[in-house]
Design a protein around this ligand. Structure first.
Ligand SMILES: Cc1ncc(COP(=O)(O)O)c(C=O)c1O
Length: 405
């Protein structure tokens, strides 16, 4: 107990109030508007891009799954945690993203943690070897942690400047005669703090030219990017040409949880043998699996949901700029409203909540120092009325806080 108290004192001593993240609880489904302490507010902070978190078809599938397949699996996949629906979902994802096979994980975080060490920490018949991962400077924490799980004795990490394909090519070129076993280029498809897209077409070409494997985490792109929501490969016209894709079921695709890695079938079968988060962690529960299947079916049947998301995004981006806010340009539903100062971002987020908009501020260390922002996320669940209500609140709060140009 004495040591625990010392630890707590130390935590309090080093705690930096500027990095404090506060949680605002609400008591309604994740939808276009939510209920915060009895007040209806427009939700602009969720990854519920397609509004599927509260979609009747998705919810019905989850309820039916509980009736037919039960609530939980009480097992990892290889012992007794595989139902036919798990296999069906894996097939569905492969079909949607254009790969041979898919392996499910409990989250995309787990999927990314699994991929790198499973492949790179194994000798695979080599007496000695070295591998290298070329990684974008702004890759998601789960890729960073996945790389950290690779043995430093055998894995080099080379960080290229964010979205700088010229810098990446310099690094690849410098290694042209190096005796690497595997070279992997790892990138987010969409960067979650900026809402910008990696240049997947150029990356695929570079991977080809320099004999590297291209790994793309398409968590913020699946269901979101491309006319039919098939992600960054669709957007850059390289659908079916990215070596390895990872993604989540916790954002556009129903928004519950779950992740996957998709690629060549030999690689996926290999991961089933070697991936520790797959072997040693529980299988996805039936309601999540069935609801995810329903979400993919909806997407494949009806492109209008994705179109609504794209239309909402274009409308909000245009109008928020017209009000005089500075945003990061692009066409993704992640719309960073740049403020610079961390306390301004905190204050503005609080003021907007009072005015009926739920949006969160991000500041260092989540984003670079001096680049604090509000990260707006647009959803197909938002009506024109919701968007206008939010824009009015932004205008009035922005004016009061003197941040409009
Ligand atoms: C780019 C990226 N990769 C991975 C993840 C992790 O996804 P999951 O919630 O399925 O673990 C996230 C979620 O924040 C993400 O933004």
């Amino acid at each position: 107990m004495k040591y625990l108290n010392l630890l707590v004192d130390e935590i309090q001593r080093i705690h930096d109030a500027n990095t404090y993240k506060f949680e605002t609880a609400f008591s309604s489904p994740q939808a276009g508007t939510v209920n915060v302490k009895g007040k209806n507010v427009v939700m602009m902070a969720s990854n519920n891009y397609l509004g599927m978190s509260n979609h009747p078809v998705v919810k019905k599938a989850a309820i039916e799954a509980i009736k037919e397949y039960g609530y939980g699996m009480a097992s990892v996949r290889f012992i007794c945690g595989t139902q036919t629906i798990h296999l069906e979902l894996e097939k569905k994802i492969s079909k949607f993203v254009g790969t041979e096979a898919t392996i499910l994980f409990s989250s995309a975080f787990a999927a990314n943690n699994a991929f790198f060490p499973s492949l790179l920490n194994e000798k695979l018949g080599y007496e000695t070897y070295r591998d290298v991962i070329y990684t974008d400077a702004l890759n998601h924490a789960s890729i960073i942690d996945g790389m950290r799980l690779c043995k430093t004795e055998t894995t080099d990490k080379k960080i290229y400047r964010h979205n700088d394909v010229t810098h990446l090519e310099e690094l690849l070129h410098a290694d042209i005669n190096a005796d690497y076993r595997f070279k992997i280029i790892a990138t987010d498809g969409v960067f979650s703090m900026e809402g910008d897209l990696a240049h997947i077409d150029t990356l695929a070409a570079l991977a080809q030219k320099y004999n590297a494997v291209l790994f793309v985490d398409d968590c913020h792109a699946i269901g979101v990017v491309g006319k039919s929501g098939r992600g960054t490969p669709e957007y850059f016209k390289v659908h079916g040409k990215v070596d390895v894709l990872s993604g989540t079921l916790g954002k556009a695709i129903g928004g519950a949880l779950g992740g996957y890695v998709s690629g060549k079938k030999e690689l996926i079968e290999y991961l089933r043998q070697k991936a520790r988060p797959y072997t040693f962690s529980n299988s996805l529960p039936p309601p999540v699996v069935m609801a995810s299947i329903a979400a993919f079916d909806l997407l494949m049947k009806d492109r209008s949901i994705v179109k609504r998301l794209h239309d909402n995004t274009a409308y909000f981006r245009k109008e928020i700029k017209a009000l005089g806010f500075h945003i990061l340009e692009g066409d993704h539903p992640i719309v960073p409203v740049m403020l610079g100062d961390a306390s301004l971002a905190q204050e503005m987020s609080k003021a907007l909540l009072k005015d009926g908009v739920y949006v969160k501020g991000l500041w260092f260390p989540v984003v670079p120092k001096g680049e604090a922002r509000l990260r707006v996320q647009i959803s197909a669940a938002l009506s024109k009325k919701d968007l206008d209500r939010a824009l009015n609140a932004f205008e009035s709060v922005g004016r009061k806080m003197n941040v409009l140009s």
